[in-house]
Design a protein around this ligand. Structure first.
Ligand code: GAR
Length: 219
């Protein structure tokens, strides 16, 4: 187990991405293991998921701390105590301070339910519908000091259908999140991610030469 990449997964809610990562690990497909799941919310269902697999968990409630840095300091102590090498934000709804980011340079990744740089922030499925885009999707990216602004590692695209609700679109996107997040972690574990400033190269990833239009082409 010594050579498996040690993951610290941060959650705030349901943890379906956490579940997908666990499922891929159970299949032996990631080259990684989770040494800590931490939540800022004591009622996050993801904690129960982790406990079912005997993964160590911690609750660091942001309400117990005077400011963001004090919260981050405690989070950092817990993750470092668990020997974490890659921090994986999986539905973690807190902004991390530079203090925390400096402790894990190029070793914090996030998944976001939109095609960045479109629709950063929150309630993004509704924002995509309101804007009228024909495609949305999800993005795994490195975390930097901005909100959803870090270098992009992998994206997946889904169509937006007429009459979609935000919930329907979110579910369609989530299905792809559950594929690309484990994929990004695998890249990391395999040492295939090369960052050049904003641009991230994935070694030997090939090209997916497919174009989409929505509505689909006719004639
Ligand atoms: C996911 O859709 C994730 O992309 C999003 O929260 C959801 C968490 O679901 N994250 C963000 O919006 C981060 N800004 P999950 O708890 O079932 O994995």
């Amino acid at each position: 187990m010594a050579d498996l990449l040690k993951l610290g997964v941060l959650i705030s809610g349901s943890g379906s991405n956490l579940q997908s990562i666990i499922d891929h690990i159970e299949k032996g497909a990631l080259g990684a293991r989770i040494t800590m799941v931490a939540s800022n919310r004591p009622d996050a269902y993801g904690l129960t998921r982790a406990q079912q697999y005997r993964i160590p968990t911690a609750v660091v409630s942001h309400r117990d701390f005077e400011n963001r840095e004090a919260f981050d300091r405690e989070l950092l102590r817990i993750l470092q105590g668990a020997g974490v090498e890659l921090v994986v934000l999986a539905g973690f709804m807190r902004i991390l301070t530079p203090f925390f980011l400096r402790a894990f340079p190029d070793r914090i990744i996030n998944i976001h339910p939109a095609l960045l740089p479109s629709f950063p922030g929150t309630h993004v499925q509704q924002k995509a519908l309101d804007y009228g885009v024909r495609f949305s999707g999800c993005t795994v990216h490195f975390v930097d000091e901005g909100v959803d602004t870090g270098p992009i590692i992998i994206q997946a695209v889904v169509p937006v259908f007429a009459g979609d609700t935000a919930q329907e679109l979110a579910a369609r996107i989530l299905k792809e999140e559950h594929k690309i997040y484990p994929q990004a972690i695998r890249y990391f574990a395999q040492g295939r991610i090369v960052r050049n400033g904003r641009r991230v190269e994935i070694r030997d990833a090939g090209n997916h030469d497919a174009a989409l239009s929505n509505p689909p082409p006719e004639g």
